[in-house]
Design a protein around this ligand. Structure first.
Ligand code: ZN
Length: 375
C-alpha cells in the first residue's frame, strides 16, 4: 500500500478541529488552498462566498496530467452540519473515529477532503502517472447545494466526476438521485378578537390545516415522497390568526412526478383558501434535479476497475438524497457519488474508521491514476 495511514489519519483529525459550518468555511478553505498549492496545483476561489453571504467561496484547482486522457473531476464539500463547533476526533482502539458525543464528527465531508488530498500527495510523492485532474471543494452544500449552484462551470474541462459524499462501505457508489423541490405557502386570513367577534375573522391556521389534511403525506409511490416540515402562525390564543406559513418538500426520481406533486400542493391550498375566504401565496424552488448515470457509461467501467485493482467489492446504489452531483449533472458532467468513510452522518453519533479512510484514499488514488485508454 502506498498510502500513509499515519499521515492520512493525522490530516483527518486536524481537519476535524476546524470549525466549518455552512457559510463559515474560510478556515478550511485556506487549509485546502495551501495544501493544493504545495502539491503543485493551480488553485482558485470563486465569488460564491460573497454571493451567499458566507466568508469563503468554492475552491477549485487543476493538475496537468501525465496520462494522455480527458480531465477527471473530484469533488467534496467543505461545510459541515451543526452542532459542529469545537469538534474533536476521538480514536478508539478498534480504529473507530468519533466525536466526543456533543458535536458531529464532520466525516461528512472531511473524509472526502482528506482522501482527495492524500491521493494527490501520494501522486506527487511517488511521481505516479495520472490523468489531468480537477478538484472542486464547495461551500454550503448542506443548505441544499447552494455553493455549487453559484459555481461557473466554464471553469472546468472535465465531463466525468467523482463526488465523495455518501454513507455505506467504501466501494459503494450512487448512480441515481431524486429531484427535490421545496415549497412555501403563506395563507392570509383576517384577524379578529377570538371572543368578541370571531365571525369577522378568517382563520389562516384552520385554512392551512384543511389543505394539509387533504394532502397525501409520506411515501406517495415507489419513487416519490411529500412532506410538510414546518408550520408557523398565530400571535395569541385570543386572536383569530391572519397568517400561517407552511413549508415542505417533495422528492422523486421522476422530475415530472415531483412537479405534479407541487401542483397538487398548490391546488389543495387554493381550494382551502377559497373555502375559508382566505388568500394565499405559493412559492417553490427546484433545489436538485433528478439524474441517472447510464449503467454503460465509461465512468462505471473506471470505477469497477479501480475497485477490482484494490480488491474492493463494488456496489452500485440509488440514493434518495441530493448532493453536489445533482448540480454537476445539470451542467453536463456525469458523476458517481462515492461512499467516502462516513456513517451516521448528521448526528452526534457520526463516525468513521481508520480502515475505511485508508480505503477511500486508496480508491481515489486508483481512480486518478488508471489510464482509461487501457480499459
Ligand atoms: Zn455531505
Amino acid at each position: 500500500m502506498r498510502m500513509n495511514p499515519t499521515r492520512l489519519i493525522g490530516d483527518f483529525t486536524e481537519l476535524v478541529l476546524i470549525d466549518s459550518p455552512s457559510f463559515s468555511e474560510r478556515q478550511i478553505g485556506d487549509y485546502i488552498k495551501s495544501k493544493l498549492s504545495a502539491l503543485g496545483l493551480r488553485v482558485f476561489e470563486d465569488g460564491a462566498g460573497q454571493m451567499l453571504g458566507g466568508n469563503c467561496g468554492n475552491i477549485f484547482g487543476f493538475l496537468d496530467g501525465t496520462i494522455n486522457a480527458a480531465s477527471l473531476l473530484f469533488s467534496a464539500h467543505m461545510d459541515t452540519v451543526e452542532p459542529s463547533r469545537g469538534k474533536t476526533a476521538v480514536i478508539d482502539r478498534d480504529g473507530t473515529i468519533r466525536s466526543r458525543g456533543d458535536t458531529v464528527l464532520g466525516a461528512d465531508d472531511f473524509s472526502g477532503i482528506a482522501a482527495i488530498l492524500e491521493a494527490l500527495t501520494i501522486i506527487r510523492e511517488y511521481n505516479l502517472p495520472h490523468r489531468p485532474l480537477e478538484v472542486l471543494f464547495t461551500v454550503a452544500e448542506e443548505i441544499y447545494c447552494q455553493g455549487i449552484s453559484r459555481f461557473n462551470f466554464q471553469n472546468l474541462k472535465a465531463k466525468d466526476a467523482f463526488v465523495l459524499d455518501l454513507t455505506g462501505p467504501v466501494g459503494t457508489a450512487a448512480y441515481k438521485a431524486p429531484a427535490i423541490i421545496t415549497f412555501t405557502v403563506e395563507v392570509i386570513g383576517i384577524s379578529s378578537h377570538a371572543g368578541f367577534e370571531p365571525e369577522r375573522g378568517v382563520n389562516a391556521i384552520a385554512a392551512a390545516s384543511e389543505a394539509i389534511k387533504a394532502l397525501p403525506l409520506g411515501r406517495l409511490d415507489h419513487e416519490t415522497t411529500l412532506n410538510i416540515g414546518i408550520i408557523k402562525g398565530g400571535l395569541a390564543t385570543n386572536i383569530v390568526p391572519d397568517k400561517c406559513i407552511v413549508k415542505g418538500e417533495t422528492r422523486s426520481y421522476s422530475g415530472e412526478k415531483a412537479l405534479n406533486c407541487i401542483e397538487l400542493v398548490e391546488r389543495e391550498f387554493q381550494k382551502a383558501a377559497q373555502r375559508f375566504g382566505a388568500s394565499y401565496s405559493f412559492t417553490n424552488k427546484i433545489v436538485c434535479s433528478a439524474y441517472e448515470t447510464p449503467l454503460h457509461h465509461p465512468i462505471l467501467g473506471l470505477f469497477k476497475k479501480a475497485c477490482a485493482d484494490i480488491q474492493l467489492g463494488c456496489n452500485l446504489v440509488k440514493t434518495f438524497g441530493g448532493s453536489d452531483n445533482n448540480t454537476l449533472f445539470e451542467n453536463g458532467i456525469t458523476g458517481l457519488v462515492l461512499a467516502s468513510a462516513m456513517e451516521k452522518v448528521h448526528s452526534c453519533q457520526e463516525y468513521t474508521t481508520t480502515d475505511e479512510l485508508c480505503r477511500i484514499a486508496e480508491l481515489t488514488l486508483q481512480l486518478m491514476t488508471i489510464d482509461p485508454n487501457d480499459l
